[in-house]
Design a protein. Structure first.
Ligand code: GTP
Ligand code: MG
Length: 405
């Protein structure tokens, strides 16, 4: 045994990554990220420190464990660790630390929010199948009243908390939304079929994720196929300067099969881990802001818009402003089709109440009442007209000057 990655050790010992970094800082050990490796000697030191802390905590039975300050998104934080075989190494420190209750955040701290994940990749590499598998196994079947309206996003419940997936054709959603200056995705999953390796749209997807500066996780799919060659995918990635962790780089690569489900649990775990490192937070009590994922007209219901809540909380009855239009939320459903009255950060909701179809990627704001909504729009119209006029004025004389000059 030589070196070990920080997050692997954190997982093995059942402590949060932040806690692990704190200890390393205390020891004066340098690292680049939680993907960095540390020496075995350091591992031993860390175990000793944790064991001491656990002993100290045990001596004060009534005190809540404060070793990890962050409120984890999942109520079942640490639920994985106790299931590790008791004989696994470092068990002494492990049990003591993992039995600590999830520490509570101080009241003024902005709470964590669920990660929003988008799936991209080449045609037929299995994006939809992978999402379908996750949806089937991780989304409670609560299709209220049999409503199966397609919502361009869904929420998966995992042992590590909620994960929100954007379920529109990857590139399209990602690029149109980003082109309007909004970033909805926190993490990009690049799906690469193990029998096909890197293809043009895979490279495109990688470029999109890099341009958006969103962390990437590669899912090598279709590993159940006899002709699957995951090693080739890894080598090909390395040639793009994306070096998988097992080759000493930082890229997380998870082999999966959307058909058998193999590796999907690992993928979800890596998503949670990445989210934890990203430290995603949003205030449900803050001012509302969101983004349109998609808008459409339903023959029966009328205009429907899928909105991703990013900050604050939406309530039925709220007035929303999108571009130069506004609407009042008449009804709201969650991604499983159930009617809801309010929705907090990282929640995709379908909204009934707009009169015109909003475009993907448009930013959504709330207004106190109809009057306020109209005022916001009037200001926007004024600004736009001023800009148009200024542009037209500039265009006239300048062309003349250009000609003269
Ligand atoms: P587009 O939306 O057209 O870009 O394709 P996609 O990436 O969503 O791929 P999709 O999920 O539609 O899968 C394409 C084909 O591959 C289908 O026939 C799937 O059944 C098959 N497929 C997907 N994942 C797997 C897998 O893990 N194993 C095997 N054997 N087949 C798979
Ligand atoms: Mg598809």
């Amino acid at each position: 045994m030589s070196k070990v990655r920080i997050y692997t050790l954190a997982k093995d010992l059942g402590v949060e990554n932040h806690k692990m970094l704190e200890i390393l800082d205390g020891l004066g050990v340098s690292y680049k990220s939680v993907s960095s490796t540390i020496e075995e000697d350091t591992v031993e030191l860390i175990k000793e420190i944790l064991a001491e802390e656990a002993a100290a905590a045990a001596a004060q039975p009534a005190q809540a464990e404060t070793s990890s300050q962050r409120a984890t998104p999942a109520p079942s934080s640490g639920a994985q660790a106790p299931s590790a075989p008791p004989s696994s190494q470092g068990a002494g420190a492990q049990t003591a630390v993992t039995e600590a209750p999830a520490a509570t955040a101080t009241a003024d701290e902005v709470p964590h929010r669920a990660p929003v994940v988008t799936i991209m990749g080449h045609v037929d590499h299995g994006k939809t199948s992978l999402l379908d598998y996750i949806r089937k196994t991780k989304v409670a079947a609560k299709e209220a009243g049999g409503i199966t309206q397609h919502v361009g996003a869904f929420e998966a419940k995992t042992s590590k908390g909620r994960i929100v997936f954007i379920d529109t054709p990857g590139h399209e959603a990602f690029t149109t939304i980003r082109a309007r200056g909004a970033n909805v995705a926190d993490i990009a999953i690049i799906v690469i079929a193990a029998d096909d390796s890197l293809m043009p749209q895979t490279r495109e997807a990688i470029a999109h994720a890099q341009a958006a500066k969103v962390p990437m996780i590669v899912a090598i799919n279709k590993i159940d196929l006899p002709q699957a060659d995951p090693e080739k995918v890894k080598t090909d990635l390395t040639q793009l300067n994306l070096v998988p962790e097992e080759y000493g780089g930082d890229l997380v690569v998870v082999p999966v099969s959307a058909k058998t489900g193999e590796g999907v649990e690992d993928l979800l775990e890596y998503i949670s881990l990445t989210a934890e490192i990203e430290d995603l937070r949003a205030d449900p009590k803050g001012k509302f802001s969101g983004v349109i994922i998609e808008g459409k007209v339903d023959k029966q219901a009328g205009v429907l818009a899928t909105v991703m809540v990013q900050e604050g909380t939406l309530h039925v009855g709220d007035f929303l402003v999108v571009g130069e239009n506004y609407g009042k939320i008449k009804a709201m459903t969650d991604s499983a089709g159930a009617r809801i009255k309010e929705a907090g950060p990282s929640t995709p909701v379908q909204i009934l109440g707009f009169s015109t179809v909003p475009a993907s990627g448009e930013k959504v704001q709330s207004a106190k009442n109809e009057h306020a909504a109209r005022e916001v729009i009037a200001t926007r119209v004024d600004v736009r007209r001023d800009e148009e006029n200024a542009r037209n004025r500039r265009r006239g004389p300048r062309t003349l000057e250009d000609i003269m000059g």
